[in-house]
Design a protein around this ligand. Structure first.
Ligand code: SF4
Length: 360
Protein backbone atom coordinates (compact mmCIF):
# COMPACT_ATOMS: atom_id res chain seq x y z
CA UNK A 1 0.00 0.00 0.00
CA UNK A 2 1.36 3.43 -0.84
CA UNK A 3 0.53 7.09 -0.50
CA UNK A 4 1.87 9.46 -3.10
CA UNK A 5 2.31 13.21 -3.21
CA UNK A 6 3.14 14.89 -6.53
CA UNK A 7 4.29 18.50 -6.62
CA UNK A 8 3.39 20.73 -9.56
CA UNK A 9 5.29 23.94 -8.80
CA UNK A 10 3.74 26.33 -11.32
CA UNK A 11 1.61 29.31 -10.29
CA UNK A 12 0.02 32.11 -12.30
CA UNK A 13 0.94 34.68 -9.66
CA UNK A 14 2.80 34.60 -6.38
CA UNK A 15 0.93 35.01 -3.09
CA UNK A 16 2.59 37.34 -0.63
CA UNK A 17 2.84 34.80 2.21
CA UNK A 18 3.93 31.79 0.18
CA UNK A 19 7.11 29.92 1.02
CA UNK A 20 6.24 26.77 -0.91
CA UNK A 21 8.38 25.60 -3.79
CA UNK A 22 6.90 27.40 -6.76
CA UNK A 23 7.77 29.24 -9.96
CA UNK A 24 5.72 31.43 -12.23
CA UNK A 25 3.99 29.41 -14.93
CA UNK A 26 6.13 29.24 -18.04
CA UNK A 27 5.05 27.03 -20.90
CA UNK A 28 8.68 26.33 -21.83
CA UNK A 29 9.36 24.82 -18.42
CA UNK A 30 6.30 22.64 -17.94
CA UNK A 31 7.09 20.02 -20.59
CA UNK A 32 10.67 19.33 -19.39
CA UNK A 33 9.44 19.33 -15.79
CA UNK A 34 6.76 16.73 -16.46
CA UNK A 35 9.28 14.57 -18.34
CA UNK A 36 11.64 14.67 -15.37
CA UNK A 37 8.77 13.96 -12.98
CA UNK A 38 8.00 10.84 -15.02
CA UNK A 39 11.67 9.78 -14.76
CA UNK A 40 11.73 10.31 -11.02
CA UNK A 41 8.61 8.20 -10.61
CA UNK A 42 10.01 5.45 -12.87
CA UNK A 43 13.16 5.33 -10.75
CA UNK A 44 11.41 4.97 -7.42
CA UNK A 45 7.88 3.63 -7.64
CA UNK A 46 7.69 -0.17 -7.39
CA UNK A 47 4.11 -0.83 -8.43
CA UNK A 48 2.56 -0.82 -4.96
CA UNK A 49 -1.19 -0.44 -4.65
CA UNK A 50 -1.87 3.27 -4.18
CA UNK A 51 -4.33 4.17 -1.44
CA UNK A 52 -3.99 7.95 -1.63
CA UNK A 53 -2.70 10.21 -4.37
CA UNK A 54 -2.40 13.95 -3.82
CA UNK A 55 -1.45 16.36 -6.57
CA UNK A 56 -0.53 19.66 -4.97
CA UNK A 57 1.62 22.66 -5.61
CA UNK A 58 2.07 25.26 -6.72
CA UNK A 59 -1.14 25.30 -8.64
CA UNK A 60 -1.71 22.05 -10.54
CA UNK A 61 -4.90 23.47 -12.03
CA UNK A 62 -2.94 26.03 -14.06
CA UNK A 63 -1.64 23.34 -16.46
CA UNK A 64 -2.95 23.56 -20.03
CA UNK A 65 -5.02 20.84 -21.66
CA UNK A 66 -1.96 19.21 -23.28
CA UNK A 67 0.01 19.41 -20.05
CA UNK A 68 -2.85 17.80 -18.14
CA UNK A 69 -2.90 15.01 -20.72
CA UNK A 70 0.81 14.42 -20.12
CA UNK A 71 0.20 14.37 -16.36
CA UNK A 72 -2.66 11.91 -16.85
CA UNK A 73 -0.25 9.65 -18.79
CA UNK A 74 2.22 9.78 -15.90
CA UNK A 75 -0.49 8.90 -13.42
CA UNK A 76 -1.38 5.81 -15.41
CA UNK A 77 1.92 4.39 -14.10
CA UNK A 78 0.31 3.99 -10.69
CA UNK A 79 -1.62 0.97 -9.57
CA UNK A 80 -4.53 2.85 -8.02
CA UNK A 81 -6.68 1.04 -5.50
CA UNK A 82 -10.41 0.92 -6.25
CA UNK A 83 -10.95 2.97 -3.09
CA UNK A 84 -8.14 5.46 -3.76
CA UNK A 85 -8.55 8.98 -2.39
CA UNK A 86 -7.26 11.09 -5.27
CA UNK A 87 -6.97 14.81 -4.48
CA UNK A 88 -6.16 17.58 -6.94
CA UNK A 89 -5.51 21.16 -5.81
CA UNK A 90 -7.25 23.87 -7.79
CA UNK A 91 -7.40 27.62 -7.78
CA UNK A 92 -10.93 28.87 -8.31
CA UNK A 93 -10.16 30.92 -11.39
CA UNK A 94 -8.82 27.82 -13.19
CA UNK A 95 -12.00 25.79 -12.74
CA UNK A 96 -13.66 25.22 -16.11
CA UNK A 97 -15.81 22.43 -17.52
CA UNK A 98 -12.77 21.18 -19.50
CA UNK A 99 -10.63 20.97 -16.38
CA UNK A 100 -13.36 19.19 -14.42
CA UNK A 101 -13.92 16.71 -17.24
CA UNK A 102 -10.21 15.91 -17.42
CA UNK A 103 -9.95 15.47 -13.67
CA UNK A 104 -12.92 13.10 -13.69
CA UNK A 105 -11.28 11.05 -16.45
CA UNK A 106 -8.03 11.00 -14.50
CA UNK A 107 -9.87 9.48 -11.52
CA UNK A 108 -9.72 12.51 -9.21
CA UNK A 109 -12.40 12.23 -6.53
CA UNK A 110 -11.45 15.02 -4.12
CA UNK A 111 -10.79 18.67 -4.95
CA UNK A 112 -8.90 21.01 -2.69
CA UNK A 113 -9.76 24.57 -3.59
CA UNK A 114 -7.59 27.45 -2.43
CA UNK A 115 -10.05 30.23 -1.67
CA UNK A 116 -8.46 31.70 1.49
CA UNK A 117 -10.84 34.66 1.89
CA UNK A 118 -13.58 36.73 0.29
CA UNK A 119 -12.51 39.93 1.98
CA UNK A 120 -11.12 42.48 -0.44
CA UNK A 121 -8.49 43.83 1.99
CA UNK A 122 -7.28 40.38 2.97
CA UNK A 123 -7.12 39.27 -0.66
CA UNK A 124 -5.23 42.38 -1.62
CA UNK A 125 -2.74 41.72 1.17
CA UNK A 126 -2.32 38.11 0.00
CA UNK A 127 -2.11 39.05 -3.69
CA UNK A 128 -5.04 36.78 -4.45
CA UNK A 129 -8.47 37.16 -6.01
CA UNK A 130 -11.82 35.62 -5.08
CA UNK A 131 -15.37 36.73 -5.40
CA UNK A 132 -18.17 34.92 -3.58
CA UNK A 133 -20.61 34.76 -6.51
CA UNK A 134 -17.93 33.36 -8.83
CA UNK A 135 -16.81 30.84 -6.27
CA UNK A 136 -20.38 29.75 -5.59
CA UNK A 137 -20.97 29.24 -9.32
CA UNK A 138 -17.72 27.26 -9.66
CA UNK A 139 -18.55 25.03 -6.71
CA UNK A 140 -21.99 24.40 -8.21
CA UNK A 141 -20.28 23.31 -11.45
CA UNK A 142 -17.91 21.09 -9.50
CA UNK A 143 -20.88 19.39 -7.80
CA UNK A 144 -22.65 18.95 -11.15
CA UNK A 145 -19.59 17.11 -12.43
CA UNK A 146 -20.08 14.65 -9.59
CA UNK A 147 -17.34 15.73 -7.18
CA UNK A 148 -18.71 15.13 -3.72
CA UNK A 149 -15.61 15.65 -1.61
CA UNK A 150 -14.40 19.24 -1.57
CA UNK A 151 -11.91 20.95 0.68
CA UNK A 152 -11.62 24.72 0.91
CA UNK A 153 -8.71 26.59 2.45
CA UNK A 154 -9.21 29.56 4.74
CA UNK A 155 -6.47 31.97 5.77
CA UNK A 156 -6.77 34.18 8.83
CA UNK A 157 -4.61 36.30 11.09
CA UNK A 158 -3.86 38.84 8.36
CA UNK A 159 -2.56 42.17 9.73
CA UNK A 160 -5.48 44.46 10.58
CA UNK A 161 -7.97 41.60 10.27
CA UNK A 162 -10.63 41.78 12.94
CA UNK A 163 -12.70 38.97 14.36
CA UNK A 164 -15.72 40.38 12.51
CA UNK A 165 -13.85 39.98 9.18
CA UNK A 166 -13.07 36.39 9.98
CA UNK A 167 -16.70 35.75 10.98
CA UNK A 168 -17.85 37.03 7.58
CA UNK A 169 -15.33 34.83 5.76
CA UNK A 170 -16.26 31.77 7.73
CA UNK A 171 -19.99 32.29 7.18
CA UNK A 172 -19.44 32.54 3.44
CA UNK A 173 -17.22 29.45 3.41
CA UNK A 174 -19.95 27.55 5.27
CA UNK A 175 -22.55 28.64 2.72
CA UNK A 176 -20.55 26.67 0.14
CA UNK A 177 -21.10 23.50 2.21
CA UNK A 178 -17.62 22.01 1.71
CA UNK A 179 -16.99 18.57 3.16
CA UNK A 180 -13.65 19.69 4.56
CA UNK A 181 -12.11 22.99 5.68
CA UNK A 182 -8.37 23.57 6.20
CA UNK A 183 -7.45 26.71 8.09
CA UNK A 184 -4.12 28.50 8.13
CA UNK A 185 -3.04 31.37 10.32
CA UNK A 186 -0.64 33.70 8.61
CA UNK A 187 2.98 33.03 9.48
CA UNK A 188 5.48 35.43 8.02
CA UNK A 189 8.19 33.19 6.66
CA UNK A 190 11.60 34.10 5.32
CA UNK A 191 11.95 34.62 1.57
CA UNK A 192 8.35 35.76 1.13
CA UNK A 193 6.89 39.01 -0.13
CA UNK A 194 5.45 39.55 3.36
CA UNK A 195 8.94 39.33 4.84
CA UNK A 196 10.36 41.76 2.30
CA UNK A 197 7.48 44.17 2.99
CA UNK A 198 8.20 43.77 6.71
CA UNK A 199 4.60 42.83 7.43
CA UNK A 200 3.92 41.93 11.02
CA UNK A 201 1.87 39.16 12.50
CA UNK A 202 -1.23 40.09 14.47
CA UNK A 203 -1.02 39.89 18.26
CA UNK A 204 -0.96 36.39 19.66
CA UNK A 205 -4.06 36.92 21.82
CA UNK A 206 -6.01 38.12 18.81
CA UNK A 207 -4.91 35.11 16.80
CA UNK A 208 -5.90 32.82 19.66
CA UNK A 209 -9.37 34.45 19.78
CA UNK A 210 -9.72 33.83 16.05
CA UNK A 211 -8.59 30.23 16.35
CA UNK A 212 -11.03 29.54 19.19
CA UNK A 213 -13.82 31.18 17.23
CA UNK A 214 -13.09 28.99 14.18
CA UNK A 215 -13.11 25.84 16.28
CA UNK A 216 -16.37 26.62 18.05
CA UNK A 217 -18.14 27.88 14.91
CA UNK A 218 -17.15 24.90 12.79
CA UNK A 219 -17.95 22.39 15.52
CA UNK A 220 -21.39 23.97 15.95
CA UNK A 221 -21.82 23.71 12.18
CA UNK A 222 -21.29 19.94 12.26
CA UNK A 223 -17.58 19.73 11.40
CA UNK A 224 -15.30 17.46 13.35
CA UNK A 225 -12.13 19.16 14.51
CA UNK A 226 -9.88 16.20 13.83
CA UNK A 227 -6.49 17.89 13.49
CA UNK A 228 -5.20 21.16 14.88
CA UNK A 229 -6.10 23.12 11.72
CA UNK A 230 -8.43 20.74 9.89
CA UNK A 231 -12.17 20.16 10.06
CA UNK A 232 -14.34 17.63 8.27
CA UNK A 233 -17.90 16.42 8.02
CA UNK A 234 -18.35 12.86 9.16
CA UNK A 235 -16.15 10.43 7.17
CA UNK A 236 -14.59 13.21 5.10
CA UNK A 237 -11.30 13.46 6.98
CA UNK A 238 -8.38 13.61 4.54
CA UNK A 239 -7.06 10.06 4.34
CA UNK A 240 -3.87 11.29 2.70
CA UNK A 241 -3.08 13.84 5.40
CA UNK A 242 -4.01 11.41 8.17
CA UNK A 243 -1.24 9.23 6.76
CA UNK A 244 1.27 12.01 7.52
CA UNK A 245 -0.07 12.52 11.04
CA UNK A 246 -0.05 8.77 11.65
CA UNK A 247 3.65 8.79 10.74
CA UNK A 248 3.09 6.47 7.75
CA UNK A 249 5.46 6.21 4.83
CA UNK A 250 4.73 7.98 1.53
CA UNK A 251 6.37 8.86 -1.75
CA UNK A 252 6.94 12.52 -2.56
CA UNK A 253 7.68 13.30 -6.21
CA UNK A 254 8.58 16.60 -7.80
CA UNK A 255 10.45 19.77 -7.04
CA UNK A 256 10.85 20.38 -3.30
CA UNK A 257 8.71 17.35 -2.39
CA UNK A 258 9.56 15.33 0.70
CA UNK A 259 8.98 11.65 1.25
CA UNK A 260 9.40 8.80 3.71
CA UNK A 261 10.06 5.44 2.14
CA UNK A 262 11.66 2.21 3.43
CA UNK A 263 12.74 3.92 6.62
CA UNK A 264 14.37 6.87 4.81
CA UNK A 265 13.11 10.43 4.99
CA UNK A 266 14.14 12.62 2.07
CA UNK A 267 13.69 16.07 0.66
CA UNK A 268 13.92 16.85 -3.01
CA UNK A 269 15.89 19.76 -4.34
CA UNK A 270 14.14 23.13 -4.59
CA UNK A 271 16.40 24.07 -7.52
CA UNK A 272 14.62 23.82 -10.86
CA UNK A 273 17.90 23.45 -12.73
CA UNK A 274 19.10 20.62 -10.50
CA UNK A 275 15.76 18.85 -10.80
CA UNK A 276 15.84 19.04 -14.59
CA UNK A 277 19.32 17.51 -14.51
CA UNK A 278 17.84 14.52 -12.71
CA UNK A 279 19.42 15.42 -9.36
CA UNK A 280 16.19 14.94 -7.43
CA UNK A 281 17.29 14.44 -3.87
CA UNK A 282 18.67 17.22 -1.75
CA UNK A 283 18.81 15.32 1.51
CA UNK A 284 18.12 11.76 2.57
CA UNK A 285 18.68 9.93 5.83
CA UNK A 286 17.75 6.74 7.56
CA UNK A 287 15.31 7.50 10.34
CA UNK A 288 16.63 6.29 13.69
CA UNK A 289 14.27 4.53 16.14
CA UNK A 290 14.40 7.63 18.38
CA UNK A 291 13.54 9.97 15.51
CA UNK A 292 10.72 7.68 14.47
CA UNK A 293 9.25 7.83 17.97
CA UNK A 294 9.71 11.62 18.15
CA UNK A 295 7.87 11.97 14.86
CA UNK A 296 5.11 9.68 16.10
CA UNK A 297 4.60 11.95 19.10
CA UNK A 298 4.91 15.28 17.26
CA UNK A 299 2.63 14.24 14.42
CA UNK A 300 0.23 12.14 16.50
CA UNK A 301 -0.52 14.98 18.90
CA UNK A 302 -1.64 17.15 15.98
CA UNK A 303 -4.71 14.90 15.82
CA UNK A 304 -7.36 15.86 18.33
CA UNK A 305 -7.86 12.18 19.23
CA UNK A 306 -4.14 12.07 20.03
CA UNK A 307 -2.01 8.93 20.40
CA UNK A 308 -3.26 5.47 21.24
CA UNK A 309 -0.96 4.19 23.96
CA UNK A 310 -1.40 0.52 23.09
CA UNK A 311 -0.62 1.18 19.41
CA UNK A 312 2.48 3.09 20.47
CA UNK A 313 3.60 0.18 22.64
CA UNK A 314 2.90 -2.36 19.88
CA UNK A 315 4.96 -0.34 17.42
CA UNK A 316 7.93 0.58 19.61
CA UNK A 317 7.81 -2.03 22.42
CA UNK A 318 8.08 0.68 25.01
CA UNK A 319 5.52 2.68 27.00
CA UNK A 320 5.29 6.29 25.87
CA UNK A 321 5.54 7.51 29.48
CA UNK A 322 8.89 5.69 29.87
CA UNK A 323 10.40 7.72 27.04
CA UNK A 324 8.68 11.11 27.27
CA UNK A 325 7.69 13.23 30.29
CA UNK A 326 4.01 12.65 29.68
CA UNK A 327 2.91 12.35 33.32
CA UNK A 328 3.86 15.87 34.50
CA UNK A 329 2.05 17.33 31.50
CA UNK A 330 -1.05 15.29 32.35
CA UNK A 331 -0.78 16.50 35.96
CA UNK A 332 -0.56 20.16 34.91
CA UNK A 333 -3.48 19.74 32.48
CA UNK A 334 -1.65 20.34 29.19
CA UNK A 335 -2.18 16.73 28.13
CA UNK A 336 -5.27 14.61 28.80
CA UNK A 337 -5.34 10.85 29.23
CA UNK A 338 -8.67 9.23 28.36
CA UNK A 339 -9.80 5.80 27.13
CA UNK A 340 -6.29 4.69 26.24
CA UNK A 341 -5.34 7.87 24.36
CA UNK A 342 -3.29 10.92 25.28
CA UNK A 343 -4.09 14.16 23.56
CA UNK A 344 -3.46 17.87 23.96
CA UNK A 345 -6.02 19.59 26.15
CA UNK A 346 -8.23 21.50 23.65
CA UNK A 347 -7.69 24.60 25.81
CA UNK A 348 -3.97 24.47 24.98
CA UNK A 349 -4.00 23.13 21.42
CA UNK A 350 -3.25 26.63 20.27
CA UNK A 351 0.14 26.50 21.98
CA UNK A 352 0.85 22.93 21.00
CA UNK A 353 4.39 23.71 19.82
CA UNK A 354 5.37 24.75 23.32
CA UNK A 355 3.91 21.54 24.71
CA UNK A 356 5.78 19.48 22.12
CA UNK A 357 9.00 21.23 23.08
CA UNK A 358 8.47 20.18 26.68
CA UNK A 359 7.91 16.61 25.53
CA UNK A 360 10.76 16.23 23.07
S1 SF4 B 1 0.05 29.93 -2.04
FE1 SF4 B 1 -0.32 28.44 -3.63
S2 SF4 B 1 -1.04 29.64 -5.38
FE2 SF4 B 1 -0.08 31.09 -3.97
S3 SF4 B 1 2.03 31.25 -4.71
FE3 SF4 B 1 1.99 29.68 -3.12
S4 SF4 B 1 1.75 27.76 -4.20
FE4 SF4 B 1 1.18 29.43 -5.62
Amino acid sequence: MASIYIHIPFCRSICSYCDFTKVLYNKELVGPYLNELANEIDDAYEGELVETLYIGGGTPSCLSLEERMRLAEIIKTFNLSKTVEFTYECNVEDITDDLLMDLKKMGVNRLSIGIESFDYCKLDFMNRVANYDDVEAKIKAVREFGFSNINVDLMYGIPYEKLKDLKKDLNLMLKLKPEHISTYSLIIEDHTICKIREDENIREEEEARMYNYIVSKLEKSGYKHYEVSNFALNNYESVHNLGYWNNCEYYGFGLGASGYIKGFRYENTRSFDEYLLGHYRNEEHLVSPQEMMDNEVMLGLRKTEGINLQDFFDKYEVNIQDVYPVKPLIRNGELIYKDGYIFINPKYIYVMNEILLKLI
